[in-house]
Design a protein around this ligand. Structure first.
Ligand SMILES: [Zn+2]
Length: 333
């Protein structure tokens, strides 16, 4: 648990600094809005903040050892309340219940903290109840509202909160975190280019179907280079059996796109941050025999295929057209 500070300092250094400042200068606001994509550490930060406020040890970081810290970690502290959507929304009764709890003085500490996760999912009447609550804050109350979509929230609520923006994880940092969790380097490099959400990246990076997808796309690419005329056969043999529906073909197109983007990076002299670092030799060899103009055309063809897929074109037909276009681009080899 003692790594939380280190994790947050790596993940959200600016947010952490702002929180630490408000604590050390004793300028804690009544309400905060944590806004950012899934997986950016909003909930973790909310618990870190609650612990910092209630920790029995003096200091600008929570000790993670005292009774308050431990009860917050296990979700059992009487002065820390968490509200989550009940089904699809946060209902008025949930906010009313919260207000009743907060009308009592703090049970044990001199502060009470409430965390509303997915605050944008409040119904209109729940949001109005909360607004009244925010308009007359008790001196000892701190509200932490968490959302992925601040634009969906009432402006009157937003204007009463101090906004803290959570930045998405940069691919290099996400890649390293995945490797720490024993995802292989090739998989970590690839999935960290597809998403900036750690949980999703970890799921993809350890999924058999996805590992197989990567292999099949690489095979198709190699055939396109070496025996372009066989690419259509390869498509029918391996590809169509594995990438069956629209969503799966969309993954395949993303994987193919990243491969050609890697090629373009190498052609322009950039070898850092590749999605396929283990294919460097193959890509370098291809780069020797191809031009930037060609690669750009191939990338355009893949992007065009992605648009057609979104417009519900038949995935098999679409892939056949794409392979013909990519063949044209590779025929100079
Ligand atoms: Zn503590």
């Amino acid at each position: 648990m003692s790594d939380i500070w280190k994790d947050l300092n790596e993940l959200q250094p600016i947010v952490l600094k702002m929180i630490t400042n408000s604590l050390t200068k004793d300028r804690v606001a009544h309400a905060y809005l944590f806004e950012g994509d899934p997986g950016t550490g909003k909930k973790k930060t909310a618990f870190y903040f609650a612990k910092s406020l209630l920790c029995e040890e003096a200091g600008d970081r929570p000790c993670n050892e005292c009774s308050n810290c431990r009860r917050i970690d296990s979700g059992n502290h009487p002065d820390v309340h968490m509200v989550e959507p009940d089904g699809l929304s946060i209902k008025k009764q949930q906010i009313v219940y919260l207000q009743q709890e907060f009308s009592k003085t703090a049970v044990e500490s001199n502060r009470k903290i409430y965390i509303i996760n997915h605050a944008d999912k409040m119904t209109a009447s729940a949001a109005n109840s909360l607004l009244k609550f925010l308009e007359e804050p008790a001196a000892d109350t701190v509200a932490l509202l968490l959302t992925e979509q601040a634009q969906r929230m009432l402006p009157t609520i937003l204007s009463r909160c101090q906004l803290l923006s959570f930045k998405s994880l940069p691919p290099a940092l996400l890649k390293n975190k995945l490797i720490e969790k024993e995802v292989s380097l090739p998989m970590a490099a690839l999935v960290s280019r597809l998403t900036n959400n750690f949980e999703e990246a970890f799921r993809l990076g350890t999924e058999e179907w996805f590992a197989q997808s990567r292999k099949i796309v690489l095979k198709l690419y190699e055939v396109l280079l070496k025996n372009p005329l066989e690419a259509m056969v390869k498509l029918q043999e391996d590809f169509n059996g594995h990438f069956k529906d629209k969503q799966q073909v969309s993954v395949a197109l993303d994987l193919l796109l990243l491969l050609f983007k890697d090629l373009l990076s190498i052609q322009t002299g950039e070898e850092q941050g590749l999605a396929y670092p283990d294919q460097l030799a193959l890509l370098k060899n291809t780069a020797l025999h191809s031009s930037i103009v060609n690669t750009t055309e191939q990338i355009t063809a893949i992007l065009e295929a992605k648009r057609k897929l979104d417009a519900n074109m038949n995935p098999q037909l679409l892939m056949e057209q794409l392979v013909l276009k990519l063949q044209g681009g590779a025929s100079f080899v």
